[in-house]
Ligand binder design. Structure first.
Ligand code: ZN
Length: 300
């Protein structure tokens, strides 16, 4: 029942820019025809330890579908085009780095520290627009935090990680999904991609950074985890509306609030020290998706 409703409103999917540093660079790419990653797909891993992890870390059990590269300039053979093509390759090292970041993201969201910060009174999530489903919201209404938090549980979003020629210095783009909030069951929201992939999430990261470079913008695995988390929040339907450069707190900007919560948690040395060994051991995505590490992904 809930899923049927979700499938209908999935038609409203569109792409949203969510760059903090370069908000003018909109993209209109979609995920209808992603390049394949040498035929590797998620066939499901039923390893006991992974199932155990799913029970222990129930929030954000995303499914990584593929690493994707854009296919531009594929017919050109001049040196520039070759350089360009090379820069859009995703190396094995970069993939490993992304998998580690996704592990960190999921681990953090499942900690009591994240939950405590989320329910901290500082964060007042307000609806930015009218929405009607199982419940109705209008601009300025406060969201029920418990519903948003429960949405993170069971959010088995099928995710693609893409390297693309995106303008700007630090930029990540994702798909803005339908507003699940108005439609999900409050205590047991089921959020997952449908068979058509309409609810899939494409996270595009620019190619002008070597993703795994130690000193690069994405070299910090915690920062990369934060960016990926930010995009997932968009995919649940939360956006940057009423965004004003003069306001520190944009009251309707739930995506930014959520990212702030994540950053606040991981920025504390107390947190990293407490979970140092657990974070090191938590390698769910690095294990489940190690098949991606067999080869680099190259533009055709
Ligand atoms: Zn954003």
């Amino acid at each position: 029942m809930v899923k049927n409703i979700i499938m209908i409103i999935a038609l409203a999917i569109f792409i949203s820019s969510c760059s903090r540093l370069n908000p003018s660079s909109d993209q209109n790419d979609n995920i209808n025809d992603p390049s394949t990653d040498n035929g590797n797909t998620d066939n499901g891993n039923t390893d006991d330890s992974l199932i155990e992890d799913d029970n222990k870390y129930p929030y954000l059990p995303i499914k990584l579908k593929e690493f994707v590269v854009t296919d531009k300039n594929s017919t050109s053979s001049d040196a520039t085009a070759d350089d360009n093509r090379k820069s859009r390759e995703i190396s094995i090292e970069e993939k490993a780095h992304v998998l580690e970041a996704i592990d960190i993201m999921r681990f953090v969201v499942n900690t009591s520290e994240f939950k405590d910060e989320f329910f901290n009174d500082i964060y007042k999530f307000e609806a930015a627009e009218y929405g009607r489903g199982i419940r109705t919201i209008k601009k300025g209404d406060y969201y029920y935090k418990n519903i948003i938090f429960n949405m993170l549980k069971n959010a088995a979003i099928t995710t693609y990680i893409m390297k693309d020629d995106i303008n700007g210095t630090a930029n990540a783009l994702g798909t803005l999904g339908p507003h699940f909030y108005v439609n999900v069951n409050a205590t047991n929201p089921i959020i997952e991609g449908d068979k058509n992939g309409d609810l899939d999430l494409l996270i595009m990261l620019p190619n002008n950074f070597y993703w795994a470079e130690k000193n690069g913008f994405y070299g910090d695995k915690y920062k990369l985890a934060e960016i990926i988390f930010h995009e997932l929040i968009h995919n649940l339907g939360f956006n940057h509306l009423n965004n004003s450069p003069n306001e520190i707190w944009n009251q309707y900007d739930t995506a930014e609030f959520m990212e702030d919560i994540f950053r606040e948690v991981v920025s504390k040395s107390k947190f990293k020290n407490k979970y140092k060994s657990e974070l090191k051991q938590y390698n769910y995505y690095q294990t489940k998706y190690k098949k991606f590490l067999k080869s680099k992904t190259i533009p055709k």
